[in-house]
Design a protein around this ligand. Structure first.
Ligand SMILES: [Zn+2]
Length: 192
């Protein structure tokens, strides 16, 4: 049952990272998936070392890294885990998954929209458009802004997962001044 334990708790993240870092290459994706078992055997030679887009896996970048889970030693467990990974749809059809991208920006923009649209209120067209435009301005200004620290918090729905959560810098909201200036310019056009 070791196989199940590993599969349930940690492998999901490995699959996700394997897809993210496969550079559109199905062979690379499969080799990354095969490497999951080696990672749990505490052999990190082929773990993701990082590229210009993503930081490397902690086992490759943190000198103080200690495996969080039991090292996989039992040959039967190794065989079962390997087979479990190779039986997944992602392993069998790597070409279908190499372009898997994360949904961070879609979700981030959706969050921005929700700050301006109360879903319990049916807005008229003008209100709806105005609020949408403001969400766009807000998002354009603040997406990818820097963070001051990262806190670790436990998820209530998945208590075994501890997620890093970025504490973002305060919003500048300069877009409000831009709206104001644009509005004032329509009332008092600049005299040439
Ligand atoms: Zn590793």
């Amino acid at each position: 049952m070791l196989c199940y334990m590993i599969a349930g708790a940690g492998v999901k993240t490995h699959f996700y990272w394997s897809m993210k870092t496969s550079n559109g290459d199905p062979d690379l994706l499969q080799s990354r998936l095969d490497n999951i078992v080696r990672h749990y055997q505490n052999d990190h030679r082929n773990c993701f070392a990082g590229n210009d887009q993503y930081r490397g896996a902690r086992c490759r970048t943190d000198p103080n890294y200690l495996p969080q889970r039991t090292t996989l030693r039992d040959p039967v467990a190794i065989q079962l885990t390997t087979q479990w990974i190779r039986d997944t749809q992602i392993y069998k059809n790597p070409l279908d998954y190499v372009h898997c991208v994360d949904t961070h920006y879609a979700e981030s923009f959706n969050n921005s929209l929700l700050q301006y649209h109360d879903k319990r209120i049916v807005f008229g067209k003008d209100q709806y458009s105005m609020r949408s435009y403001r969400a766009v301005l807000d998002w354009n200004e603040h997406v990818d802004r820097e963070y001051t620290s990262i806190t670790r918090r436990q998820s209530a729905t998945n208590p075994r997962a501890v997620e890093g959560h970025k504490v973002l810098k305060r919003k500048g909201n300069n877009f409000k001044a831009t709206i104001w200036d644009t509005y004032m310019d329509t009332i008092f056009p600049a005299v040439n």
